[in-house]
Ligand binder design. Sequence first.
Ligand SMILES: [Zn+2]
Length: 478
Amino acid sequence: MSLLIENVYVAPVAGPEIQSGYIRIEGDRIADLGPGPAPDTGPDVTRIDGTGCLATPGLVNTHHHLYQWASQGLAQDATLFEWLVALYQVWAAMDAEVVKGAASAGLSWLALSGCTTSSDHHYIFPKGRGDLFAAEIEAAREVGLRFHPARGSMDRGESDGGLPPDVVVEELDDILAATEQAVDAYHDPSFSSMLRVAVAPCSPFSAGGRLMTESAALARAKGVRLHTHLAETLDEDEHCLAQFGVRPVDHMEKLGWLGPDVWLAHAVHLSDADIGKLAATGTGSAHCPSSNGRLGAGIARVSEMLRRGANVGLGVDGSASSELTPLVGEMRQALLFQRARYGPGALTARQALELATLGGARNLGRESELGSLEPGKLADLALWRVGGPFTSAVADPVCALVFGPPPPLARVLVGGRTVVEDGELRTVSQDAAGRAGAEAHRRLIRLAEERGVTAARQVHGTGRPAVHDGGTTRVDMS
Ligand SMILES: [Zn+2]
């Protein structure tokens, strides 16, 4: 199979941009790209006219909870801890059918926002509710995205000083056995891999020390990556200081959880020394600005992290904490947050695009295969129509993509295969995927209410007075 995209503006992320050129694809790889017309194209080539389009690497989403599609719009005014406490009981009711519907909708939505590779962090596995991990993998195969599901876990319930109720946590031995099984069953380390598994205890306030260290040992023995939430809110800082006597990054360091095979979700509340540790150890992070804004968590020090050599990718986070954020919009959100905090020189449009592509590929350990348009890399790319009647007034197409509203997608390719064409999914029925997501929501709320969980209808926070503290809204817990 040979594909040729012509007359296109190319922002390859690695290497100089091409004002008008071509990208030639053979099989699932990029064969070559350059300015002007393509040389020596044979007769058996499918041509795509890229006039008025910007080609970028496909976007890489490095933090998500697909199941949360089914619990959007709840606990709208809550802090992270209040939001979690309200929703744990709802999530405890989910089953494989909820996860399948939520993942079908969530992954379709990602594809429609230019995403070609997504991770997912699934950390609640209620007993007797079907194979939840298999359900989301099936959805990813149908939609056709490259998928990096992380087998998450929690073993530190309320009775052990953790945040989640005991009903949503698992036993340590069960977690390790199920995680090893997930890696053995699904992880494909090959260059063209469509599916790689990561190991992902949920957070310092829901995963015990032994779960963290034994998960790290398991992941390193299997050659897979490690992921967890860290330093998302000041409440977490206080929890770690009270329970472990150290702040979150120091806690991770003690547990052997800093390193080039680890990426952390959020990493909002970092000290200068914390940033130094992430940079020195090659630990990546997933910046999720919409979710951090929605939950009033704060603004990550992304500009400083980049300047000091720490890798940063982007994540939409679960759709219950960022309600249908398109991944393309997270570039704009990241840019605006950094500029609001540090000034207009804090993050450029090109840096934002790099976060969403190569930064994400590095988080997933796939920078030699994904994240930039270069000969030999996988043909994962997005073709944005930036030359439309309303968008063509911005002369710089990368500026139009990042500063402006998400442009329509002419094409999304994953390994040379068309997943989106002219703004429509080509792999699955877009309507059916949307309906599956809506049905997953109804089903989850019904299952939760059958268990007597009233939080399923709770749309507002606790109503306790909010106190503004250095740009971070904190709730007076007294
Ligand atoms: Zn998260």
